[in-house]
Design a protein around this ligand. Sequence first.
Ligand code: GLN
Length: 492
Amino acid sequence: MSDKTLFGHPRGLFVLFFTEMWERFSYYGMRAILLLFLLDKTKGGLGLNEGEGGATYGLYTFSVYLLSLPGGWLADNVLGQRKAIWYGGITIMVGHIVLAFPSTQAVFFLGLALVAIGTGLLKPNISSIVSELYPEGGAVRDAAFSIFYMGINLGSFLGITIVGYLGQKVGWHYGFGAAAIAMFLGLINYRIFATPYLKDKGLYPKAKQAKKESSVPTKVQPLTWILLAALIIFFVVMQVNGTFAWDSKKAVATSMGVICVAVVLIYFANLLFASGLSKIEMKRVAILFILFWGAVLFWAGFEQQGSSLQIFADRHSELPFGMPSTWFQNYNAFFILLFAPMVGGVWVFLEKRKINPPLLVKFGIALFFVALGYYIMVIGAKVAVQGLKASAFVLTFTYIFHTIGELCLSPVGLSAYTKLAPKQYLSQLMGVWFVATALGNLFAGLFAGGFDEESIQQMPDMFMSIVWFCLIVGAILLILQKPLKNWTGGIK
Ligand code: GLN
């Protein structure tokens, strides 16, 4: 029965589709109300100020994506993906149950930590089983990922709609409870259907076998030690001169950001110069390095959906038909479902005419779309500073442009990492791709920290600074395309 297909795909794909759909329901649904709950002073929220709330939001979403590094490692080396997904899902559900009951700030943060740990176990591994269903790669695997991405966004849409409504209109903790129920449904689906339809896929950790085949140098190079020492000295200096501070959520978030950037720089330096790569592999890794920073900036702008854009929706935007302000966040999922086939069609059309834009150009275009979206926000913010509500079209168009940007960058970046990574470093570099999202989320949270009632007059300038940033970096990517044209070694 397991060999039967559905719409030309193995049935296992749909088991993963629904598991991920329910998981994303819980993640995006809860995330939609998270910052509002953290800031709320009157309806049982935590009553943090914007700086502390934004930093908490940033640290949480940062951890969710960062923990996919150990999550992937655990699956590869100890658990196998199947168990990692199962235990990850249970941990997420328990985390949401903790959030579902009114309690202290410390217990609430414990709930968030559980969701982050669980997601780190589930998220990278469910995507890698999808690729295992199609060992031959190629167009069918690409199509499978498009279907899977639909599952992600369907879950996100339903989650934000239901959790957002319950959280804002009924009570925060009903929203969190709904997220727990969603994960429970995902677990039931996985429990019943994984065994018959996924058979032995992802049952065993693969690292042993991979190690036999890999050419990763076993002896640590002298340069690695030097880099490591440089990193440690940097940390000590930052700590001693007081740049690192740990006495508030905002200080922790900032320090974590600096540490993460330093680690990533050292990681790439080590990979490039001390890991025995060939010339062409080094060039490809250099491209991945550039794409990484493009992605960090993109996500830092894009992921403000749950932070500054949510605050704007709640305080300064008209709400059509009295809808909950969190519903703006599901515009992204809705537009993805709408535009994904179109954007895919555009690439195929351009490919046929041999004018499909290269990677760096697509990233540059994505940043221009983020800039365009934020330019619309500048217009909206100018209305808001007069004490008026901005038209709902402001956020609507911002979401449209950001979604088109996402489609130019997210799937393209993911597949670029699978194609350009030296084979023996593939899993690591997949993790690094998620670190770009993690850092972007952290910056998105820190940025929202500036959105307090006192600095409202600065709002147009704050959005404008993102516009400039994205335009400049986007232009740099476009300019770099020419000299770096051959660095991918023929891979598009
Ligand atoms: N929306 C996608 C998901 O949830 C991509 C998220 C990301 O990488 N920032 O999987």
